[in-house]
Design a binder for this molecule. Structure first.
Ligand SMILES: NC(=O)C1=CN([C@@H]2O[C@H](COP(=O)(O)OP(=O)(O)OC[C@H]3O[C@@H](n4cnc5c(N)ncnc54)[C@H](O)[C@@H]3O)[C@@H](O)[C@H]2O)C=CC1
Ligand SMILES: CC(=O)C(=O)O
Ligand SMILES: [Mg+2]
Length: 609
C-alpha cells in the first residue's frame, strides 16, 4: 500500500505514520499499537521496548503463520472464537490480518453461528470488557459514559443492541455487547471501516432470560427487562448523547426486539443517519438474492409471489423491501404491491382479523378469501402457488418435505431461502430442499453451509451446488461505508435500493445459472466497494451527502473509497508527546478517568473539516 495518494483531499486518512503517545509496556498492552515481535529495531529503541521483547524481529506474515498454528490447535469452534477474541485484545492488526488471510474458514467463527455460542456464554467466558455498557438504571450517566470513548471527530460507526432478540437465540441481556462487537468486526473486515473509529454499545435494560437471571455469574443488570416510557427514555438518551458527542457517527441498530426494532427505526430515520440491520440489511440482501433467483428462473420481479414464514423484524423488513421494489417496477402503489406478499406467523396467515403490528398491517389478507380462519403455511402454498419462500421464523424443520414438494409442483425453479440463524434453526437444510426438488430449487441460507452434491446434473450425473449465504453481512458493511464516507445526513429509501443494485449486479448467478445467488465471502471487499459506490451516488443525488469533493466518475469514486478503507498492515509509528494529546482530549471532552487515557493512546486519524 503506497503512502501517497492521487487525491489531493482524502477526508479519512488510512495511510502514513500513526501518531503514538505511549511507550514501553503500555504500548505493548494497547492492541492498536502493539506489534509484538514485529516491532522494528528502531521502534524498540524509540519506544523503549528493548528488554520487553525477544530479540528476533519478525514480519506480519510470520506472525500470521504462528497465530494460525495456535488457532488450529484449539479443539472446537467456541475455543477458536475465544482464541481470536484474545488475539484481538493483544494486536489488532494481526487479528484482522489473520482473519483476512483465512476469511472463508474464520468468518463463521467470528460471526454466526459461533458468535451466537459466545454470546450465550458471555458471562462464563468473560475475561476483559470490550465496548460500552450502558445501564437503564443509570440514565443520567449515559452521556458521561459515552463521552469516554473519544472526541467528537473520533467515531464514525456505532453498533448498538438492546439485546432482546439476538440472532435467533432470543434475549441475551448484557452479553449482547458481543453482537455489536461482531458486527463491527465485519465492518472492518468487509468494508475497511477503521477499527479504532468504531464503538460497540449494549443498552442493558435487564433481561427476561430466566437462565441468565438465575445464573450467579451473569454480568448484566439482574432484573426483568424494562419496557414502556423508561425504555424509550433510555434509548433516546443514548441516541441524543451519541449525536451530540459524535456528530459524524452513523448509528446501526442490531437485534432489537420485535416491538421496538421498527418503532425505533421509524422514529429516528427521518432525523439522523441510522440503520436497522435486521429490518433494512436483511431486506436488501434478500431482495438481491430474490432478483438473482428470478434471473435464473427467467421470471420477473413484477410477477413475484412471495410467502414469508415468520413475520417478525426480519420477515417484515424483507416484505417491505420486496413490496417497494415491485411497486417501483410496476408503477403501482405499495398497497397494491403488498397483495403479492403473504406473511405467516404463529397463528397462521396474517389477515385483517389477526392482532397485527403496524409493520404487518399492510400485508394483511382478507380472511373471507380463505376456507379456514388461520391458514397454515401448507394451505397458503397450496392456494397461492408462490415462486419465492422465505423463512425467518426460528422454527427448525418447518419447511417440511410436503411443503417444499407442494411449492415446487407449481413452479419450475422455486426460490427458497431459509434464513433463520444460527445454523440449527434453519427452516430446512439445503441438502433436503435440493433432494426434495431434484435440484431445481434456488437456495440461499442465513448461516453458511457446505456445498451439496447430488444427482442433479444432465443425465442424473452428480453435480455440486454451492449455496449462497443470504445474510445481511453481505450488504450492511458497504451501506455503512457509503454513509460514513459521504457523511450522509440520512439513509434514504433510494440509497437502500442502490445498495440492493450494488449486490445484485455482482451475483455470480447472473453469469452462471448454476452459481450461488449472492457473492461469497471471498468477494466481500469488492462487494462493499460497489455497494458503497452506489450508496454514495444515491446520497449525492438525494442531497444528503455532506462530504464535498466526492469524485464523479465510477472508477475514480471506487479508488476514492478504496483509499479510505483501513487495511491490516503495520504503518510506521510516529512518537508524539503524551501530555499534549491528553490535554487536548481533556479539554474537548471534559472528562477524566482511565478510559480517556486509553483513547489518547490510540491513533489520531487525520480528518479534514
Ligand atoms: N439471514 C439474515 O441476514 C438474518 C436472519 N435473521 C434470522 O431470522 C430469524 C428471525 O429474526 P427476527 O425477525 O429478528 O426475530 P423476530 O422474533 O422479530 O421474528 C421471528 C418471528 O417468527 C415468528 N414465529 C415464531 N414461531 C413461529 C411459528 N411456529 N410459526 C410461524 N411464525 C413463528 C415469531 O412470532 C416472530 O414474529 C432469526 O433466526 C434471525 O437470526 C434475522 C436477521 C437477518
Ligand atoms: C444476521 C442477523 O443480523 C441476525 O440473524 O440477527
Ligand atoms: Mg441481527
Amino acid at each position: 500500500m503506497s503512502s501517497t495518494s492521487k487525491f489531493s483531499h482524502l477526508p479519512l486518512s488510512t495511510r502514513g505514520p500513526i501518531e503514538c503517545a505511549v511507550s514501553e509496556t503500555v504500548l505493548l498492552n494497547t492492541p492498536y499499537f502493539n506489534r509484538g515481535s514485529a516491532h522494528t529495531a528502531e521502534e524498540r529503541k524509540e519506544f523503549n521496548l528493548t528488554g520487553l521483547l525477544p530479540h528476533s524481529v519478525q514480519t506480519l506474515d510470520q506472525q500470521v503463520k504462528r497465530a494460525y498454528q495456535q488457532y488450529s490447535t484449539r479443539p472446537d469452534d467456541l475455543a477458536k472464537n475465544t482464541f481470536l477474541t484474545s488475539l484481538k485484545e493483544q494486536n489488532a492488526v494481526l487479528y484482522f490480518r489473520l482473519l483476512q488471510d483465512h476469511l472463508s474458514e474464520m468468518f463463521s467463527i467470528v460471526y454466526t453461528p459461533t458468535e451466537g455460542d459466545a454470546i450465550q456464554n458471555f458471562s462464563r467466558l468473560f475475561r476483559r470488557p470490550e465496548g460500552c455498557f450502558l445501564n437503564i438504571d443509570n440514565i443520567d450517566r449515559v452521556s458521561h459514559d459515552l463521552a469516554q470513548w473519544g472526541r467528537p471527530e473520533d467515531i464514525d460507526y456505532i453498533v448498538v443492541s438492546d439485546g432482546e432478540e439476538i440472532l435467533g437465540i432470543g434475549d441475551q441481556g448484557a452479553g449482547s455487547i458481543l453482537i455489536s462487537v461482531a458486527k463491527l468486526v465485519l465492518t472492518t473486515l468487509c468494508a475497511g471501516i477503521h477499527p479504532n473509529r468504531t464503538l460497540p454499545v449494549v443498552l442493558d435494560c435487564g433481561t427476561d432470560n430466566e437462565k441468565l437471571l438465575n445464573d450467579e455469574l451473569y454480568l448484566g443488570l439482574r432484573k426483568k427487562r424494562a419496557r414502556g416510557e423508561k425504555y424509550d427514555e433510555f434509548v433516546d438518551e443514548f441516541v441524543q448523547s451519541a449525536r451530540k458527542l459524535f456528530p459524524k457517527a452513523y448509528i446501526h441498530f442490531e437485534d432489537f426486539g420485535l416491538k421496538n426494532a421498527r418503532r425505533i427505526l421509524d422514529h429516528y430515520r427521518p432525523k439522523i443517519p441510522c440503520f436497522n440491520d435486521d429490518v433494512q440489511g436483511t431486506g436488501c440482501v434478500t431482495l438481491a438474492a430474490i432478483m438473482a433467483g428470478l434471473h435464473v428462473s427467467k421470471q420477473e420481479l413484477k410477477d413475484v409471489k412471495l410467502v414469508v414464514f415468520g413475520a417478525g423484524t426480519a420477515g417484515v423488513g424483507i416484505a417491505d423491501q420486496v413490496r417497494d421494489a415491485i411497486a417501483a417496477e410496476k408503477g403501482i402503489s405499495k398497497d397494491e404491491a403488498a397483495k403479492q406478499i403473504w406473511l405467516i406467523d404463529k397463528p397462521g396467515l396474517l389477515t385483517t382479523s389477526s392482532d397485527l403490528d403496524a409493520g404487518q398491517k399492510p400485508f394483511a389478507k382478507d380472511p373471507s378469501d380463505w376456507p379456514s380462519s388461520s391458514p397454515s403455511l401448507l394451505e397458503v402454498i397450496k392456494q397461492v402457488h408462490p415462486n419465492v419462500l422465505i423463512g425467518t421464523s426460528t422454527v427448525p424443520g418447518s419447511f417440511t418435505e410436503e411443503i417444499i414438494k407442494e411449492m415446487s409442483s407449481h413452479t419450475p425453479r422455486p426460490v427458497i431461502l431459509p434464513l433463520s440463524n444460527p445454523t440449527r434453526l434453519h427452516e430446512a437444510v439445503p441438502k433436503d430442499i435440493l433432494t426434495w426438488t431434484s435440484g431445481r430449487a434456488l437456495v440461499a441460507t442465513g448461516s453458511p453451509f457446505d456445498p451439496v452434491t447430488g444427482p442433479w446434473g444432465a443425465q442424473n450425473k452428480d453435480m455440486t451446488i454451492e449455496v449462497a449465504e443470504c445474510n445481511n453481512s453481505v450488504v450492511f458493511p458497504g451501506i455503512g461505508l457509503g454513509c460514513v464516507l459521504s457523511r450522509a445526513s440520512l439513509l434514504t429509501d433510494k440509497m437502500l435500493v442502490s445498495a440492493v443494485r450494488g449486490v445484485a449486479d455482482l451475483s455470480p448467478a447472473l453469469r452462471d445459472p448454476t452459481a450461488p445467488l449472492l457473492p461469497g465471502v471471498g468477494a466481500v471487499r469488492d462487494v462493499s466497494v460497489r455497494v458503497a459506490r452506489e450508496v454514495i451516488r444515491s446520497a449525492v443525488g438525494e442531497g444528503v451527502a455532506t462530504e464535498r469533493d466526492i469524485p464523479a466518475g465510477d472508477d475514480e469514486l471506487e479508488d476514492w473509497i478504496r483509499e479510505q478503507m483501513w487495511e491490516p498492515v503495520y504503518r510506521p509509528l510516529k512518537r508524539v508527546e503524551p501530555a499534549g494529546a491528553s490535554r487536548q482530549a481533556k479539554a474537548e471532552l471534559k472528562v477524566v478517568g482511565s478510559l480517556e487515557d486509553v483513547k489518547s493512546k490510540q491513533e489520531r486519524v487525520k480528518l479534514s473539516k
